[in-house]
Design a binder for this molecule. Sequence first.
Ligand SMILES: C[S@@+](CC[C@H](N)C(=O)[O-])C[C@H]1O[C@@H](n2cnc3c(N)ncnc32)[C@H](O)[C@@H]1O
Length: 192
Amino acid sequence: MGTNSKAEEWDGFYTARNAFGKAYPELVEFLKQIDPKNSLLDLGAGQGRDTFVAHQLGFDVTAVDISKEGIRQIKEAGIKGVVEDLFHYQFDQQYQVVLLDAVIHCQPEDQEKEKQLFATIEKNLVEEGYLLLLTHQWDMREKYLQDLFEKYHPTLALQFNTYIEHIFIPPQSEEESIMELSFMCFQKLKNQ
Ligand SMILES: C[S@@+](CC[C@H](N)C(=O)[O-])C[C@H]1O[C@@H](n2cnc3c(N)ncnc32)[C@H](O)[C@@H]1O
């Protein structure tokens, strides 16, 4: 599926408010304890489920997504939003936190693009900054990512990997949906 048709599908999904429900409490608690709170880049921010929480907590947030509708809702709230393919996003500053929530999946064709993206993030995180990766628990995905970081991104050290069960009711549905995710936190090591 092309990026445009994918973006249009997401636009349709986001015509419903809070389409993915609330931000995960585990993520909110983690963001709360970061002190001081500086800059946060939400890549694949959707309609701002996490962006809004981070903004309310005091981070200076930039949200990036291919969905015009999602970014429209974020900008409407006065938060910086960019309609862009995250794999082509040009970093114009360093960030304290980079968040990828339910964006990185397991298609093998994504792996080369992902490696380049992680290298860009590694370069553009401040010392002791965080990369927060929330991924679906599929096909040994976590193991693949952990091995990848150990081998190619040694300055990003795994701090923890927590299991999250997210229950929400999707738009146009009455039934609960359960998403099983792993919440991986990598911290950029200090230059020795
Ligand atoms: C499952 S949603 C998660 C949205 C948000 N992170 C959240 O947790 O609520 C995936 C999002 O990734 C976005 N996305 C997928 N591929 C993308 C890409 N290449 N560049 C930018 N955004 C992308 C979609 O538009 C969609 O909003």
